[in-house]
Design a protein around this ligand. Structure first.
Ligand code: C5P
Length: 224
């Protein structure tokens, strides 16, 4: 049976996982979080949630409204299937450009990271802006066609009329907006470990690659 290097209660491990849409980062980050006992946060869900409540409540004063909301946000609120609707995805990358909105969500993510010894946050700017001193920074890459196939399969379950071409086009637009924006764009951190998910055989292959990196880091920090 496979041996897993266990982290002790007092040990610290901070992991950042970034990448484009449907690059595999959420799946990878969740799997290693479960395996090594890390508290997991998807920052994409925070941005999606902000976009969802702005569209739903249409507040006059966006910034105080979001500040107040994120001060009291419970993670349970992020468990909402509507956050993955294509119109929410599209609007999210529009609001994610705004510095003041990013700053509110940054505070939330920093608080989350400070609360626990062992954390993993996934998103676009985690290794570069949110957790620049992370122990490990993963950067997920995937060819657009393959990423779009993954997303299409998920979206098709809920909407039989959606086409592959629409999904791929929306993802290309969103990735470009995320890469080209001025504030916290999607870029690879200098010391990031690349996880090229279209080159890995399957999810197990991805988990093995990530586990190797994590176990090396645990050995380096705490001995074997
Ligand atoms: O990761 P996910 O696809 O759910 O993210 C949705 C959108 O949220 C992204 O396309 C991006 O515009 C925004 N986002 C961001 N910074 C993050 C995480 C997500 O700008 N750290």
């Amino acid at each position: 049976m496979e041996e897993i290097l266990k982290l002790k209660r007092q040990h610290k491990l901070v992991v950042a996982a970034d990448g484009g849409a449907a690059s595999g980062k959420t799946t990878g980050a969740k799997l290693i979080s479960k395996k090594y006992g890390l508290k997991f946060l998807s920052s994409g869900l925070l941005y999606r949630h902000a976009s969802y409540i702005l569209l739903k409540y249409k507040p006059k004063n966006i910034i105080p409204f979001l500040k107040n909301h994120f001060n009291n946000l419970s993670l349970k609120e992020l468990n909402n299937k509507n956050l993955h609707l294509p119109e929410i995805s599209a609007y999210t990358s529009v609001i994610a450009k705004k510095k003041k909105i990013r700053s509110i969500l940054k505070t939330y993510q920093k608080k989350f990271a400070n609360k626990y010894n062992k954390v993993c946050i996934e998103g676009r700017d985690i290794g570069t802006v949110i957790l620049p001193h992370a122990d490990i920074k993963f950067f997920f890459k995937c060819n657009l066609n393959i990423a779009a196939k993954r997303r299409f399969k998920e979206l098709r379950k809920r909407n039989k009329r959606i086409t592959f071409t629409e999904v791929k086009k929306a993802m290309r637009i969103r990735n470009n907006l995320d890469k080209k924006r001025k504030n916290s764009p999607l870029i690879q951190a200098k010391n990031a470990v690349i996880v090229q998910t279209d080159k890995l055989k399957n999810i197990k292959g991805m988990l093995n690659k990530m586990s190797e990196t994590i176990e090396e880091k645990i050995k380096e920090k705490y001995g074997s």
